[in-house]
Design a protein around this ligand. Structure first.
Ligand SMILES: Cc1ncc(COP(=O)(O)O)c(C=O)c1O
Length: 386
């Protein structure tokens, strides 16, 4: 059965939003930088939040807000991943979870591997946790990106204590293969290192591609790993503040249990209510429709780039609504997003923020309606044709 793709909200409605995407630039700029999406909420989320607003249900998040059970149900349904709810805790957002896990599981001052080009806050988050970034860039295989497993092995052998994995990867959209993840786990186990896997883009993996939650990749992965994830990217809930942390082993469950209660208190009540609704079976149809929209947009983007930006290099992502474009052929400098925003009036994310590999690159958010996507690429195309 084919699924009807989700429609985006009309532009005049989106312009009334008060979030970062819509309030950072003037109205003549099409915002495609930050990872927010342009759809109405899944109806079960709207219902849950509306009911809470109606009765002024805006106090503290309760001790057992239900998000662990909700995520366990979602992971089982969508990926066949069976999780013991006792191995799940929650917090305000994914990056808070990553910081707290790094603090709890890695000694201060230790080196932590990150794999650029990567989501810019990874660099700051590692520093915030009192540990040190060690870069082991993704490998460009000529047809895609892969973890540089020998490079990670060398880093861990020489003393790095952890890997902050992005699975699927932002900005390239790479859903790491089960075999690479199992090999990463084997390497980490050999060096007694920890892997913290940020899986926020996992639910957005294309229906024709398998997403492997890191903790399911192998028995080693369950031993060495933590996962941190959230419904916030998929269901556009970033402002509501909720994420979950999952331990794969008894020893790591002990680490999770040892986190201060304050870590859970940072969870927003609306975040928890929205997550319970997002992860419930009642939102599955909406998610399937979102995935259908992203499939259509991906295909449209391929056509648009071929017609309007033929010298750009772009690989179709396995997951998510972000496209990583190498536009260095157009001579827009090291950070082309600056020129594109100024002269084409489209706000893209700055490639160099993702690491030195991002020079000459931009990241484009296609979690929008097809008309806006077309308009944005046509604008950039006109700049390219000048
Ligand atoms: C890989 C990755 N991790 C984390 C985040 C942010 O998540 P949160 O707002 O829950 O910290 C994003 C946002 O785009 C992301 O792409």
């Amino acid at each position: 059965m084919t699924v009807a793709p989700l429609d985006a909200l009309p532009l005049h409605v989106l312009r009334r939003r008060s979030s970062t995407k819509w309030r950072s630039y003037p109205e003549d700029v099409i915002p495609m930088f930050v990872a927010e999406t342009d759809f109405a909420l899944a109806p079960p989320i709207t219902d849950a939040l509306r009911a809470a607003v109606e009765i002024g249900d805006t106090g503290y998040t309760p001790p057992r807000p239900g998000v662990a059970d909700a995520f366990v149900g979602f992971a089982g349904r969508r990926w066949g991943w069976e999780i013991d709810p006792a191995r799940v805790r929650w917090t305000g957002d994914v990056m808070m979870g990553v910081v707290e896990l790094l603090r709890a599981a890695v000694a201060p001052g230790a080196r932590v591997v990150v794999t650029p080009p990567v989501y810019p806050p990874f660099f700051d988050t590692v520093r915030e946790a009192g540990v040190v970034v060690e870069e082991v860039p993704l490998e460009d295989t000529g047809s895609g990106w892969r973890l540089d497993l020998p490079g990670i092995d060398a880093a861990l052998r020489s003393g790095a204590r952890a890997v902050l994995l992005c699975n699927p990867h932002n900005p390239t959209g790479t859903a790491h293969s089960a075999s690479d993840l199992a090999e990463l786990a084997r390497i980490a186990a050999r060096h007694a290192a920890v892997v913290i896997s940020d899986e926020i883009h996992g639910p957005l993996t294309r229906p024709d591609i398998a997403f492997t939650p890191f903790l399911t990749a192998s028995p080693d992965a369950a031993e060495v790993g933590f996962a941190v994830t959230s419904a916030s990217k998929t269901f556009n809930l970033a402002g509501l503040k909720c994420a979950v942390m999952v331990a794969g082993s008894d020893a790591h469950a002990e680490v999770l249990r040892g986190l201060p209660w304050e870590v859970e208190w940072r969870t927003g009540l609306f975040g928890a209510l929205a997550h319970n609704a997002a992860f419930s079976p009642a939102s599955d149809d909406w998610l399937d429709r979102l995935l259908a929209r992203l499939d259509e947009n991906r295909a449209l983007l391929v056509d648009l780039v071929a017609s309007h930006l033929p010298r750009a290099r772009f690989r179709v992502p396995d997951a998510g609504f972000l496209a990583w474009l190498d536009v260095s052929a157009y001579g827009w400098g090291d950070d082309p997003a600056v020129t594109v925003r100024r002269d084409a009036r489209v706000a893209l994310h700055h490639g160099p923020y993702f690491g030195p590999q991002g020079v000459g690159h931009v990241r484009l958010n296609f979690g929008c309606g097809p008309d806006l996507l077309r308009e944005a690429i046509e604008r950039i195309g006109r700049l390219a044709a000048r």
